[in-house]
Design a protein around this ligand. Structure first.
Ligand SMILES: Nc1nc2c(ncn2[C@@H]2O[C@H](COP(=O)(O)OP(=O)(O)OP(=O)(O)O)[C@@H](O)[C@H]2O)c(=O)[nH]1
Ligand SMILES: [Mg+2]
Ligand SMILES: [Zn+2]
Length: 355
């Protein structure tokens, strides 16, 4: 294997040089279990830990390595390594950390394409597709939607679902597959390019790991035969995992996500809801909420059918969530600042032996 097979390219090379890291060994994080990492290089696999300095100097979780990262390291004991630094990320897919409104969690980094999987049975939900799409748009990652388990529905029903998706998310590629009958798998395989990194996104049980196994042509990832029938929240995959295909291409399989809250994803909103936001510029009031305001271009477009009602409702919901996250972060920054000032004052008093 070469570093290029792992996704290394000239942009990463430039970052490596610009950061004065060219002399160090470079590897890619393939999986993480708390503070232990597995790295891959062109030659071998390492079990790695963080250099203390890296852990203690981190301002937030986002400064620590995640799956998909390129890191520099030193090795010892043949297959053990210490990670010294993370190379600047080309892209990051992130979400709001579960139930913590001021923290975001990086799902994976250095992704070229996000495959958004949704199954044709009960998982089907257009709002959720739009949500994942916004997360990819925020990351600046191309999104491709894959409707899975089409063996469970009639051809006519499949076409209805595909039309509904395409109507809702215009301009995004939509594919359909069955891991059972193999229908549509060749079209997915045809998209995969050597050295590019693909991230599998979607709820638990939609068939992410099964799809990856089908692409690899072997049962590399664990999948569960029961999760589909009994409880779709079984979460068969428990850790993110980066896999290099022998035929070229890198995949990151993820555990199914129950909550995928938006972060301060304004860029993503602008791309996903381009139609609504460009109309919003024509509203009479700059701060128009597009509810009952006078001369609201968005309401007019809703009445004329130019924008559809469900897209608009989802937009309002996601926009509220985004704005809430943003204001919580702002609040937290202010608090941190006040707290920082207080600490400084106390230190100064101590220094002057005031107490
Ligand atoms: N009928 C049908 N079943 C499928 C298909 N793809 C996957 N399955 C089944 O769906 C179940 C869940 O598949 P997984 O691949 O484990 O799902 P996952 O998305 O990786 O789930 P998590 O790892 O929990 O996030 C398994 O029983 C698979 O055999 C398909 O195309 N058709
Ligand atoms: Mg899985
Ligand atoms: Zn308006």
């Amino acid at each position: 294997m070469t570093l290029e097979d792992l996704g290394y390219n000239s942009i990463i090379e430039k970052e490596r040089e610009a950061n004065g890291m060219a002399a160090f060994e470079l590897g890619r994080v393939v999986t993480q279990h708390k503070d232990r990492y597995i790295l891959k290089t062109a030659q071998q696999t390492y079990e790695a830990e963080l250099l203390g300095k890296l852990r203690f100097s981190a301002n937030s979780n986002e400064d620590l390595p995640v799956v998909g990262d390129w890191v520099i390291f030193t090795d010892f004991d043949q297959n053990k390594a210490i990670i010294h630094a993370v190379l600047p990320r080309q892209t990051v897919i992130k979400r709001q950390a579960v139930r913590k409104s001021t923290q975001s969690q990086i799902i994976a980094s250095n992704i070229d394409v996000g495959f958004i999987l949704q199954s044709a049975n009960r998982d089907f939900n257009l709002n959720r597709i739009e949500r994942y799409l916004t997360i990819c748009n925020t990351a600046g990652v191309e999104a491709i939607i894959i409707l899975t388990k089409i063996d469970l529905i009639e051809e006519a029903q499949k076409n209805i679902l595909l039309d509904a998706i395409q109507e809702r998310v215009k301009g995004v590629k939509v594919l359909s597959i069955s891991n059972e009958t193999m229908e549509g798998l060749d079209a997915v395989k045809a998209l995969i390019k050597k050295g590019k990194t693909y991230c599998l996104l979607g709820s638990s049980g939609v068939g992410k790991s099964t799809l990856l196994n089908m692409i690899i042509g072997a049962d590399v990832m664990n999948t569960d035969a029961i999760s589909d029938n009994i409880d779709r929240g079984r979460h068969v995959t428990t850790h993110r995992q980066l896999v290099v295909l022998q035929t070229g291409g890198v995949f990151i399989d993820n555990p199914g996500m129950r909550e995928i809250g938006l972060t301060e994803s304004s860029e993503g909103m602008e791309v996903t809801f381009e139609a609504i936001l460009s109309l919003a510029n024509q509203c009479k009031f700059n701060d128009c909420k597009h509810q009952r305001e006078k001369d609201c271009a968005v309401q007019l477009a809703l009445e004329s059918g130019e924008i559809d009602e469900s897209t608009f409702k989802n937009f309002i919901k996601l926009e509220k969530e985004r704005a809430f996250f943003e204001s919580s972060i702002e609040e937290k920054r202010k608090l941190d600042k006040t707290f920082g000032k207080m600490v400084k004052r106390v230190k100064k008093l101590r220094k002057n032996n005031k107490f």
